[in-house]
Each structure stands twice: as structure tokens, then as C-alpha cells.
Ligand binder design. Structure first.
Ligand code: ADP
Ligand code: MG
Length: 278
């Protein structure tokens, strides 16, 4: 995404900006450690490898997506906090990653304050949506990496998004809390964003040596049917090692099972996405 002045971008129509209208996906689940950030980074990388322009917005104050993409804290002066507050456009707070076609709006420390500050703000659910609409990023996909809570940051992501992608860890408690998430999504649809779609659920950290993984996967498929992606992300040590090298697993070890699964997931998403011919 060229770093054009936001105001100029806002005035141009989609055709002039290369004809791209970004599809915005919120990667959400209020549970921590289910694979949201890993999916944002690696699905983003796989989509970029498939020739798409992709922007990841790190909306988690912990900044794991920023760290996992090797963006040093010193370079995160401005980020999603300034974006939400309307102090900067997406273009102002977007950095290139080491992956061609993959861009990042980092999360800076300030973001932890945003949740509290938004509480008393008028139309507090719409801040991210307004910021993105004011100067839309010239990309094919925006992936919003949500924090592990159903607070105002996640609500802002759901209101800004076209669809929600829910990673589910293949463990005993996978379905616990899911009804709360589904109710929240319904509430957002009714009150703020009627066109919000369910992009689907992705089973993560599947361990084929563990019968429980299989049972959980079956259970989730029984409950949610076609909404569950066919691709299952295996538990793979290379996936968990990659962030400490500041790299997506696709750059760290393209041949490992985790990389292959994320490439497969990107293919499935592109096929499912009706707006992108397979
Ligand atoms: P969340 O963003 O939902 O909190 P993360 O993506 O940070 O979850 O994942 C939690 C932890 O599990 C991280 O340490 C990550 O490296 C690890 N992890 C995620 N997916 C896999 C996987 N497929 N195989 C092995 N480890 C994984
Ligand atoms: Mg995370």
C-alpha cells in the first residue's frame, strides 16, 4: 500500500485506487491462546503469497502480531490507537512487513488505554469503522487481530468488519464461551452492522495423536456444519517457534505441516469468498 496522504486517497474512488475494495475480516474469539494472532499472521502471509495485498491491523494491546512480524517496539510509535482515535489514517500508521504484499498497522502501548477511553465516547462502537472508511486502505484483505476479550476493541472490529473468522482450539473447552461470542455477533448485526457475515470457524492446534482433538473437531462440525473450514491447522512446533524469529511460519519453514495448512486455508478462503472468483 503506497503511503499516500489519507485525504487524497479518500477523494479518489476505488477505480483510481486500483479498483480494490478491501474485504475486512475480524479474527475474533474472546479466549486467549486459541490461534487468533497465528492465524492473522500466517493466513495473511499465505494470501499475500497468492498475490493479494493484505493489511493486518493489530488490535491487541499485547502487540503479538507486531512482534511476530518482526516489527521492533521502537518502530511502533503510532498504530491502531491513533487510527481508532482519528488522529491518523490507516496510511499514516501502516508499515511494510518482510513479506511482499503484507502490511501491518502495529499496536502501540497506548492501545491498552483506548478500551477505557472509549467507554464514555459517543458512538463508541464505530471508531475503527469510521477511521477505515475515511481513507480506505488499497488492499484486497484487511485482517483485524482482536484482543482476547469481548470489550470495546473487539466490538469496534466487529462493527468495522465484513465478516468474522473464529479460530477454535481443538481442546476440551473449545465450545465453551462460543455461545457468548455468537450472541455478541448477533447483537452487533442487529444494532450496528447488519451486513456482518460469518466467514467461518477454523480448527487450530489439531493434534492427531490425541483422540480428544478428533472428538472436538467432530463436535464443532456437528454444531456449525459448513461454517467450519475443511482445512484444519495442526499443532506444529515450527508454528510456535516462528514468532520468536519475527517471521511468519511460511518464511521460517515453508515445508512444515503448519505452513502447508495455512496455504490451504488461504486457498479455501479465496474459493469461499464469493467476491473473489476461484
Ligand atoms: P491468540 O492470539 O488467540 O491468543 P496465538 O495465535 O497467540 O493465540 O497462539 C497461542 C500460542 O499457541 C502461541 O504461543 C502460538 O505460537 C501457539 N500456536 C498457535 N498455533 C499453533 C499451532 N498450530 N501449533 C503450535 N503452536 C501454535
Ligand atoms: Mg493474539
Amino acid at each position: 500500500m503506497p503511503n499516500i496522504d489519507g485525504a487524497v486517497v479518500a477523494e479518489k474512488d476505488a477505480d483510481e485506487r486500483g479498483g480494490r475494495t478491501a474485504r475486512i475480516l475480524a479474527i475474533a474469539n474472546q479466549k486467549g491462546g486459541v490461534g487468533k494472532t497465528t492465524t492473522a499472521i500466517n493466513l495473511g502471509t499465505a494470501l499475500a503469497a497468492a498475490g493479494k495485498q493484505v493489511l493486518i491491523i493489530d488490535l491487541d494491546p499485547q502487540g503479538n502480531a507486531s512482534t511476530g512480524l518482526g516489527i521492533p517496539r521502537a518502530n511502533r510509535g503510532k498504530g491502531s490507537y491513533q487510527l481508532i482515535h482519528g488522529e491518523a489514517t490507516v496510511q499514516d500508521v501502516t508499515l511494510p512487513s518482510t513479506v511482499p504484499g503484507l502490511w501491518l498497522t502495529p499496536s502501540a502501548v497506548d492501545l491498552s488505554g483506548a478500551e477505557v477511553e472509549l467507554v464514555t465516547a459517543p458512538r463508541r462502537e464505530y471508531y475503527l469503522r469510521s477511521a477505515i472508511r475515511k481513507a480506505p486502505p488499497d488492499v484486497d484483505y484487511v485482517l483485524i487481530d482482536c484482543p482476547p476479550a469481548l470489550g470495546l476493541l473487539t466490538l469496534n472490529a466487529l462493527v468495522a468488519a465484513d465478516a468474522v473468522l473464529v479460530p477454535l482450539q481443538c481442546e476440551f473447552y473449545a465450545l465453551e464461551g462460543l455461545s457468548h461470542l455468537m450472541r455478541t455477533i448477533d447483537r452487533v448485526k442487529k444494532a450496528y452492522n447488519p451486513s456482518l457475515e460469518m466467514q467461518g470457524m477454523v480448527l487450530t492446534m489439531f493434534d492427531r495423536r490425541n483422540n480428544l482433538s478428533d472428538l472436538v473437531a467432530q463436535d464443532v462440525r456437528e454444531h456449525f456444519g459448513a461454517r467450519v473450514f475443511t482445512t484444519v491447522i495442526p499443532r506444529n512446533v515450527r508454528v510456535s517457534e516462528a514468532p520468536s524469529h519475527g517471521k511468519p511460519v511460511l518464511l521460517y519453514d515453508v515445508n512444515c505441516a503448519g505452513s502447508k495448512a495455512y496455504i490451504h486455508l488461504a486457498g479455501e478462503l479465496l474459493k469461499r469468498d464469493s467476491r473473489v472468483p476461484a
